[in-house]
Design a protein around this ligand. Structure first.
Ligand code: FAD
Length: 448
């Protein structure tokens, strides 16, 4: 299509996917990754081991022809399996429609699959151990530090920073904040997360329901578990750092045992290595990053977590980052390689939606931690599932965010909030959801 040379910084999830798409369009792509090639070295324990992949992400994988390949490696999760303190189990389906579910997929497997595919294109060159240390906005170059300590200047027609939440490209914008009128905010939650593990059974089976996202809501804190192909579950404890339930209150193996036998007794029985894992794995912080502008001069662009890191409670960070790439691709359809037009268009289309999913994700922490065990909320989910089963035009807020890639996040947010208000009110006034007049409810919903 063009001889434009595009330099992508960060060969994580969105950078690798974007590189593939741009190569498919015929651009010359350089992909720089600060870490060593993950296919050759074992990575240290880092960010989540598995992720929930849903329709927006699948859409992007479809764009590069990798959706089926990736879904073959994923485990469908049809609902939340809520674990009560008394060991009770309750499956809350994600949707009333059988074909709407999310997928647990290995982060490493997904990244490796994308890197393998990227490497198969002659017009992509991947540089590992190549850390961007500066975007020189005036000279229109990026500077990379190589393993021998040398600094290399790289020129290009376009630079895309997909270098994650700690983006060096974003930092370069920040360093010139006044000139760029660059706004930046980073808001931490008081909670953080720690990854733990349920191993498979002796013959490689699953110790708890395979096709669900397991959740132990405890009001103020929670644990979740996502299945892996080998029969294990990656567990994540989300709790405050401080306070009675906080990470800092757990100092000894005895504390771990007391905490888990008190709050997560059924899970504790399935986690033989818990005491070791607990002290090896770090407790990491969680925050939302918003910034603007994302683009500079039609030459530099931030995408993915570099532009909008969100907390993980809607399972949308990667899905949103992948969707950025789809929108970027659509803007190339519209403007070709006229980057002066493409970049502002991407920014305008995505910023409002990135802000929406950031706020939705913070709100969903409360829902997962507290509401999934709340009686009115449980009735509301039951009613929504019924409406989704009966009416093709009803979609809950969760369904719009997760299964309707044709609707924007900001639309899903505003419509979903209005629907929730109506349904929560109805459910707070009845004990018998089954006897509600669904026709009347749908009339109210349609008029929103
Ligand atoms: C606990 C947790 C659970 C999550 N669960 C989900 C989920 O279920 N579903 C979901 O959709 N999302 C989830 N996310 C969010 C998801 O991980 C991110 O949104 C996604 O990884 C963003 O992709 P990215 O490509 O923008 O950034 P990253 O995946 O972070 O990739 C950035 C890449 O850039 C490289 N890099 C960094 N700095 C430089 C530099 N200076 N020079 C060169 N390279 C650099 C990094 O090494 C990395 O390879 C979760 C996040 C966390 C923390």
């Amino acid at each position: 299509m063009s001889n434009s040379k595009i330099v992508i910084i960060g060969a994580g999830l969105s950078g690798s996917l974007l590189a593939i798409r741009l190569a498919q369009r015929g651009f010359l792509v350089e992909l720089h990754e600060k870490r060593s090639d993950m296919r050759k070295v074992s990575m240290s324990a880092g960010r989540s081991i598995n992720l929930a992949l849903s329709d927006r992400g699948i859409n992007a994988l479809r764009l590069i022809g990798m959706d089926e390949f990736m879904l073959d490696e994923a485990i469908p999760m049809t609902g939340r399996m809520v674990h009560g303190l008394d060991g009770s189990l309750m499956l809350q389906p994600y949707s009333g429609r059988a074909d709407e579910y999310i997928n647990s997929i290995s982060r490493g497997g997904l990244n490796i699959g994308l890197l393998d595919k990227a490497e198969s294109y002659e017009n992509i060159t991947i540089y590992f151990d190549s850390e961007c240390i500066n975007a020189d906005l005036d000279r229109e170059i990026c500077q990379f530090k190589k393993p021998d300590g040398s600094i290399v200047d790289v020129a290009g027609d376009l630079f895309v920073g997909t270098d994650g939440a700690g983006s060096a490209i974003r930092q370069s914008y920040f360093n010139q904040s006044a000139r760029l009128r660059f706004s930046f905010s980073q808001q931490y939650l008081s909670a953080g997360y720690k990854e733990l593990h349920i191993p498979p059974t002796e013959n490689g089976g699953f110790k708890i329901e395979k096709n669900a996202l397991h959740i132990w809501p405890r009001g103020g804190f929670m644990m979740i578990g996502l299945p892996n192909l080998d029969g294990s579950f990656t567990m994540t404890l989300f709790t405050d750092f401080e306070g009675e339930y906080g990470f800092n209150a757990i100092k000894t193996e005895e504390d771990v045992e007391n905490y888990f036998t008190k709050y997560f007794p059924d899970a504790y029985a399935l986690m033989p290595d818990l005491k070791r894992d607990y002290f090896i794995n770090p407790a990491s912080s969680l925050g939302t990053i918003k910034c603007y502008p994302w683009q500079f001069n039609g030459k530099f662009l931030l995408l993915g977590d570099a532009a909008h890191a969100v907390v993980p409670f809607y399972g949308q960070g990667m899905n949103c980052s992948f969707e950025d790439c789809v929108v970027f691709d659509q803007c190339i359809d519209q403007f070709g390689d006229d980057w002066q037009k493409v970049l502002p268009a991407v920014q305008e289309l995505r910023k409002i939606n990135a802000d929406a999913i950031a706020d939705l994700a913070v709100g969903n922490y409360t829902e997962m931690r507290d509401l999934v065990a709340d009686p009115v909320f449980i009735k509301k989910r039951k009613l929504e599932t019924k409406l989704e089963q009966m009416y093709p035009d009803y979609f809950s807020k969760y369904s719009m965010v997760t299964f309707r890639a044709d609707l924007s996040y900001s639309y899903a947010q505003s419509r979903g909030d209005k629907q929730n208000e109506v349904l929560m009110k109805i459910c707070s006034q009845t004990d018998d959801v089954d006897s509600l007049d669904t026709e009347k409810i749908m009339e109210m919903i349609r008029q929103l």
